[in-house]
Design a protein around this ligand. Sequence first.
Ligand code: PLP
Length: 385
Amino acid sequence: MNRACARVDLDAIRANLRLLRSRAGEAEVMAVVKADAYGHGMIPVARVARDEGLTWLGVALPSEALQLRASGDSGRVLAWLWSPGDPDIVRCVEAEIDISVSSVWAVNEVVAAARAVDQRARIHIKVDTGLTRNGVSVDELPSLIDAVKVGVHEGVLEVEGLWSHLADGDTPDAESVRHQRRRFEEASDAIVDAGVQPRLRHLSNSGALFAHTDCRYDMVRTGIAMYGLSPSADLGTSADLGLTPAMSLRARLAHVKSVPAGAAVSYGWRWSATEGTTLGLVPLGYADGVPRAAGAPRQGTAVQIVANASLCPVVGTVAMDQFVVDLGPSASSIAGDEVMVFGPGADGEWTADQWAEATATIGYEIVTRIGPRVPREYVGEDAGL
Ligand SMILES: *Cc1c(COP(=O)(O)O)cnc(C)c1O
């Protein structure tokens, strides 16, 4: 590492996957690797998941699924978010990628793609059970089933899955989960009554795997938990859940200087030193995914000096490429010293979940936003996979 890196511990991902699989019992675990595996790097993470024996990978976009194929992955992949006319759909059918459909137009486009390449396409029918985002509404389900049956009878469609997504999967005892589960059962019955038999039903995300055992069905789709972050503070910290955060964001101080009392720091002079102190410059900013809200006047966030495990507060406004930390009056740090912005939390350093809490967001947003300017570095036995 020179300026900075996001170190990704692939052994931690492997251990997290093992824990999730044991919790899932009979249900399969789909490793959700969309958004570059939540910032951890899609291809290396996918390799670990496959090596660990996972049958299914999940991504949002058809283009992400095609990137997996381009890397040599030949296992089952589901892609679930696309708009009419997406030229990648025909490529996905050709590459034997499972495609989610939420509308009649989507069924028709998959059928057309399958005809064009003379191959059978596999679909997962997504039903809206109450999240009110993607998914076919209950009213529209009969016409979607009719369109599906046309493709099935022609031999160009196969219904692999029936699925939905929860609004409060990570909230124990949520009324909305009971409601969505009932809707899911009703949709499932309606589809079977219409003569369509999906092979897999899946409803849970990471949070629901921990909070709602009755939503497991045949498969659970886990994203955040495989990266070692807690789906929600309501469920506890990652340590409480037995998970290990895989990513640590590290940097080398680019500048260190002593300043007198009263020295005002960064844009807007929102923080000034109350006594003479030493300041360190961390060469990461909001363009790299460090939340601007972490700086003054909000503050409260801290980075760790790796050499002595001391925590130093972020002071002043976080800029595009850099932010300042207060190393304290008697600091011995010099330029080049390593700091950990967040990590697993085992040595007192802040975790991504703590950064999220301090900046009014969720851990998902902290890790997925670490930008392309930050090189990923892989450690663990799997680093050479
Ligand atoms: C991202 C996503 C998941 C994974 O959710 P986590 O909370 O990260 O486990 C599962 N299903 C769908 C539809 C998603 O978009």
